[in-house]
Design a protein around this ligand. Sequence first.
Ligand code: ATP
Ligand code: MG
Length: 459
Amino acid sequence: MIKKLIRKILGTKNKGGRDANTPVVLGPQDHGIEPRLLSSNAVRVTSTLQEAGFEAFVVGGAVRDLLLGVKPKDFDIATNATPEQVRKLFRRAFIIGKRFQIVHVMFGQDLLEVTTFRGTTSDSAPKDEHGRVLRDNTFGSQAEDAVRRDFTINAMYYNPANEQVLDYHGGIEDIRGKTLRIIGQPEARFREDPVRMLRVVRFAAKLKFTIEPTTAAPIAVMAPLINNVPAARVFDEMLKLLMSGQALACLQQLRKEGLHHGLLPLLDVVLEQPLGVKFVTLALDSTDSRIAAGKTVSPGFLFASLLWHQVLEKWTAYRAAGEFPIPALHLAADDVLDSQTEKLALQRKIGSDMRDIWSMQPRFERRNGKSPHKLLEHPRFRAGYDFLLLRCASGEIDAELGEWWTAFYEGDEATRDDLVDNVGRAPEGGKKKRPPRRGGRGKAAIVDGTGNPGGGDGE
Ligand code: ATP
Ligand code: MG
């Protein structure tokens, strides 16, 4: 009541001077959304809710993508039904979340997130000492829900039944002008939730939108606030950034906005290390191409790549201090994983995938006897092999090793035996080349780890 009264007196206006409580309504001719881009399950959810007497809309990123003519990767639904009311309407629906309950509605493998309109953040909502909102669970009207969303282009509602888009904050204009603009006062919104700064970077890079200047201005100064955000949330947002299909552009943008500095140890390492840059660039480039081709990307592979040069550095140091190569590599991996987990909550599965990929690397150096056949049977062989090829492509190790493994991997049994028998021998008519293998008494030979091309040959 009081909130409403204050708003009436002050008049809540959005950027166009429009009343933020009254949306601009666009029909199909105005917005041009192609209904074929809509998922049938999203329509099933909105129509079920509407038939039960509730309001229901497709919301957020899906509407933005539909307006851009892009098929949305998932669909979020907003409604005035409470989570309990939503749950009762669907056979496979689960209420999740403690802080703010949302409902997961499942149709086969397809998952839709249904959220009840959220109310405006009250001044009395609990915050940490830097102003980050810790809990805020009130339901509200659609207009209030729109104010709480991050960017104008993410705050539109689409009703599949009448094909209307409701736009509260000038999102359509910003879609057309390719502008990323935060809703409300930028400093206040970044303080409430510093993760929004990472989201600025992700959307600007992914959509190739320009960041509106007042949205961009406070980021450089406010970047350190990300350090107070729980590691798991930062990790989720980082993963979205890296899997956006524009990972390379995102990291470049992070650097441009000064967000990589002190933000995550991961990014400091990645973006400040000259030797690693080529490797990381190749890794992210191949990730982006895989996503463009509709292939899957493993987060373990991604993080293993981002941190490889840090592992290499420590591996070299442990060996210089007298450790045997394999234990040295494990110690290096432990150090790197430990140093990251404080701020980046790497899930256990991802951590163990990273370890597998790293610890497989010295095994690629053993090309005699049964070793290569055994390695081929490793359940994560393909990831380890792809990783090896990246190391070759970046110039860290001799390309010959990667070529040998490609021939071995693709060859039949006879070819494989032949390859093992002829390890390191120059091809017919070629120059005799010293095998890159070394290390006495059958012990695994190890690449040098200095980042020098052909590292390990010591010549
Ligand atoms: P994507 O296509 O990458 O999934 P998205 O816009 O759907 O992009 P989500 O993280 O799925 O991004 O969030 C869904 C919607 O929830 C957003 O469009 C936005 O309206 C709202 N939202 C998400 N995170 C925040 C946040 N930190 N602050 C305010 N609103 C947010
Ligand atoms: Mg989404």
